[in-house]
Design a protein around this ligand. Structure first.
Ligand SMILES: NC(=O)c1ccc[n+]([C@@H]2O[C@H](COP(=O)([O-])OP(=O)(O)OC[C@H]3O[C@@H](n4cnc5c(N)ncnc54)[C@H](O)[C@@H]3O)[C@@H](O)[C@H]2O)c1
Length: 254
């Protein structure tokens, strides 16, 4: 018995990183999965590797039309939709003073508008399935401030607020909505071309467990929230951050 047997899930940003790990884990637990991303070649490759249980379709989460098309594709191919994982996201690192409006809004469009559009678009399909689960990927940046990340932090707090609002509105329909708050995760987002050794070291030193998460360690939390095992959880924050937001570690004290 798979933990997602019979369920159909739509995962955004599924071409790589955490979204890819979630797609692989979901299929291994019996789900059929629709992967959406703007990285078409990579996304298609992941879906082909997963076989008949997976379908890739181009999805720019900032475009309402793309959302309507991918939800139609999910229900057309697999007959229903039970789970949405709003995982796609981008990062911009710059001081508050230097951040340009264009860069601020680019992050808002993907990380905040994208989550809003996703939740809004899937409601009829989830309702038709008799209920479902929406998992919104926020961050430790949705629980605290982080210097030089004003746009990213804004959007990740917004995701947390939208999650609670959606949970309140959708509970009568049997649709649960929760947010996930990873700390540093070893994915291209922070290990990519622009990553620096000092940036990586800073994440490690700010994490009591002294390591980043592997993408699968976040995927297993998302799986729990997607499955019926979390049937009484809605409107809540689920943190997987190696202790990053637990508090302050006193250095040099025996
Ligand atoms: N990596 C971390 O340390 C970390 C920590 C906390 C939260 N997060 C969050 O986890 C989520 C997944 O990130 P990741 O670590 O796997 O990073 P990643 O960069 O490897 O993956 C993000 C994916 O989102 C896709 N994407 C970007 N813009 C898109 C758009 N407009 N439409 C559709 N897809 C788009 C990218 O193409 C990519 O495949 C993000 O929401 C991120 O903010 C990451």
């Amino acid at each position: 018995m798979g933990r997602l047997d019979g369920k159909v899930a739509l995962i955004t940003g599924a071409a790589r990183g955490q979204g890819e790990a979630e797609a692989r884990l979901f299929v291994s637990e019996g789900a059929r999965v629709v992967l959406g991303d703007v990285l078409d070649e990579a996304g298609e490759k992941v879906a082909v590797g997963l076989g008949d249980a997976a379908l890739y379709q181009h999805l720019d989460v900032t475009r309402e039309q793309d959302w309507q098309s991918i939800v139609a594709a999910a229900t057309g191919r697999f007959g229903r939709l039970d789970v949405l994982v709003n995982n796609a996201g981008i990062l911009h690192t710059e001081s508050l003073e230097q951040t340009r409006v264009e860069d601020f809004m680019r992050v808002v469009h993907v990380n905040q508008l994208g989550v809003f559009l996703g939740m809004k678009t899937v409601i009829p399909a989830l309702r038709a399935a008799g209920g479902g689960s929406i998992v919104n990927v926020s961050s430790n940046a949705g629980l605290e401030g982080i210097s030089h990340m004003v746009s990213y932090v804004s959007t990740k707090w917004a995701v947390r607020g939208m999650t609670k609002t959606a949970a309140l509105e959708l509970a009568p329909d049997g649709i649960r909505v929760n947010s996930v708050h990873p700390g540093g995760v070893a994915t291209p987002m922070i290990l990519g071309d622009e990553a620096t050794a000092s940036g990586t070291e800073q994440i490690m030193s700010g994490t009591p467990m002294r390591r980043m998460a592997e993408p699968g360690e976040i995927a297993s939390l998302v799986l729990f929230l997607a499955s019926d095992e979390s049937s009484y959880s809605t409107g809540s924050e689920f943190v997987a951050d190696g202790g990053m937001t637990a508090g302050h570690v006193l250095q040099g004290v025996e």
